[in-house]
Design a binder for this molecule. Structure first.
Ligand SMILES: Nc1ncnc2c1ncn2[C@@H]1O[C@H](COP(=O)(O)OP(=O)(O)OP(=O)(O)O)[C@@H](O)[C@H]1O
Ligand SMILES: [Mg+2]
Length: 215
């Protein structure tokens, strides 16, 4: 599903965020990305999402070399990917329902089927009864679950999560992890940047140290 082959990423004016990184992640598997602050975890996710491009090396996702992807093709590519970020980027003047609906509207999903898709996604994260709530009325954990619902409403093959449990208490964090694992169990490839690897017992982990693969 994902193949990094000697990937380096240098940000101007010369920060090496990733250096000569190679790894593979098979379809329907799960991989945690660990490492200190600034180790390159978010950069790795951004390369997979096509938000940033590698300075050298190749990033393949689903057999597609992202280096060769035209800008115009990016929105289509991203439809197969769900993304959950630490600051969830929810729209605070829209209801939970509308937040989850947004990616479907943007991708031109048929309006008639949208509502049931949105409700199914909200149900899966346990927010089925909160569709009318504004994000401000939701707790931190509920907001994070809403962000997950929005990420999966398009039924992606690949789910990227950047520190999805940051700022959550242990029980709430465990809830969010359980939901992520459930998607993985039904075949969604899962790539998670996290400090909290103990919440994912037994998961394969790639440890970064200053942009390089640690032992
Ligand atoms: N847009 C950017 N421009 C310049 N430098 C950047 C940019 N984004 C990240 N960096 C630098 O690249 C390095 C890796 O950053 P990255 O955000 O990938 O780290 P991280 O492992 O996600 O850290 P954290 O745990 O704090 O989120 C850091 O030195 C950071 O300062
Ligand atoms: Mg980060």
């Amino acid at each position: 599903m994902i193949r990094f082959d000697r990937v380096s990423k240098r940000y101007p004016p010369g920060v090496d965020a990733l250096s000569n990184l190679s790894f593979d992640l098979d379809e329907a598997q799960m991989l945690l990305i660990g490492g200190h602050s600034g180790a390159g975890k978010s950069t790795l996710l951004k390369l997979v999402a096509g938000v940033e491009t590698a300075t050298s090396g190749s990033v393949l996702v689903g057999g597609q070399n992202l280096g060769g992807l035209a800008r115009a093709a990016l929105p289509y590519y991203r439809r197969r990917i769900g993304m959950v970020f630490q600051d969830q980027k929810l729209l605070f003047d829209r209801s939970a329902f509308e937040n989850v609906l947004l990616p479907l509207s943007i991708s031109g999903f048929p309006v008639r089927e949208s509502a049931s898709r949105v409700r199914a996604a909200l149900d899966k994260v346990g927010l089925g009864k909160r569709e009318k709530a504004l994000p401000i009325m939701l707790s931190g954990g509920e907001q994070q679950r809403l962000a997950i619902a929005r990420a999966v409403v398009g039924r992606p093959d690949l789910l990227l999560a950047d520190e999805p449990t940051a700022h959550l208490d242990q029980d709430t964090a465990a809830d969010v992890v359980r939901i992520l694992l459930e998607f993985n169990r039904v075949g969604v490839t899962l790539l998670v940047a996290t400090y909290a690897h103990e919440l994912f017992p037994g998961a394969r982990r790639l440890q970064l140290d200053h942009g390089r693969l640690a032992a």
